[in-house]
Design a protein around this ligand. Structure first.
Ligand code: CNA
Ligand code: ZN
Length: 252
């Protein structure tokens, strides 16, 4: 570990010790170490060859007009049924268990925080683990959803009861976020005595604006690259989030 990293981790550890209402706010970078690509890293989805950028394909308009392409992309690039939590997810679950961390607020839709054992997880953008038929409302879990996609000639998941399309419970671009989830996330951040933000480029709104609700002076930003909100941070660590959080909670 280089000396600047060890100094940052020491600072992080010290603040964790002093805090008892820690809130974590994260994004796709939290799951790259679980081999789920993010959008904006070098090997993220934006830098791969597609006819459209992910934001276009994952928009409400595109889902309606071109369900075939939507589901092809969705199945190949958004569903990772075998992914397992990494050191970052596990460290956050441990911080919660220790009574230090009160909520994980995530833009991710992969369910890995819950898999790691976190109890209070606010999913701003929904989850691929939940899917509902647009006709009869029937629920499908991830495995069943994948079976429905595979059963179709055109990749479009259709309900086995009524034949209508099954919509993933994820917030598509152009759709609004769940109001009660947003209110709860805001309330936690307002109460927080420490806010750890990690693995997010902080460009997707309204999620990125949540940082503005924080009123304390321990805002830690852990991200491999710089973000548009670096100026707000009290501590910036440009390193792997799994490594940093893993070390920060190692002797908790
Ligand atoms: P993003 O815009 O792709 O940014 C990710 C950020 O994380 C980048 O700035 C990276 O530099 C950084 N990063 C990547 N790996 C690491 C790492 N190991 N340690 C530290 N930093 C790292 O992702 P955002 O979440 O900001 O964008 C918002 C979208 C992407 C949300 O709506 C998500 O739902 C959506 N998304 C989610 C997933 C998922 O659920 N796992 C995957 C891909 C995209
Ligand atoms: Zn149905």
């Amino acid at each position: 570990m280089d000396s600047s990293l060890s100094e940052s981790v020491l600072q992080l550890k010290e603040w964790i010790k002093q805090s008892d209402y820690i809130v974590f706010f994260g994004g796709a970078g939290v799951s790259t170490e679980s081999h789920i690509p993010d959008f904006r890293s070098q090997d993220g989805l934006y830098n791969q060859e597609y006819a459209y950028p992910p934001e276009t394909i994952l928009s409400h308009t595109f889902y309606r007009r071109n369900p075939k392409e939507f589901f092809r992309f969705y199945k190949n690039k958004m569903l990772f049924p075998d992914a397992v939590p990494n050191a970052a997810h596990l460290a956050l679950a441990r911080l919660e268990q220790a009574g230090k961390l009160k909520a994980v607020i995530t833009q991710n839709i992969d369910g890995l925080h819950q898999k790691a054992g976190s109890k209070k997880v606010l999913e701003l953008h929904g989850s691929v683990l939940r899917n509902y038929c647009e006709g009869c409302g029937r629920f499908y879990d991830l495995k069943e959803m994948m079976e429905r996609i595979d059963a179709a000639d055109d990749n479009v998941a259709r309900c086995s009861s009524c034949g209508r399309v099954i919509k993933p419970d994820v917030v598509l671009y152009e759709e609004s976020l769940d109001y009660s989830v947003m209110q709860e996330a805001k309330a936690h951040i307002e109460r927080a005595d420490m806010l750890i933000v990690g693995g997010t480029s902080l460009v997707v709104y309204p999620a990125a604006g949540f940082l503005d609700f924080y009123r304390g002076n321990r805002l830690v930003l852990i991200n491999k690259s710089s973000t548009g909100r670096d100026y707000q941070a009290d501590l910036i660590i440009n390193q792997s989030i799994g490594e940093v959080l893993g070390k920060a909670v190692s002797d908790l």
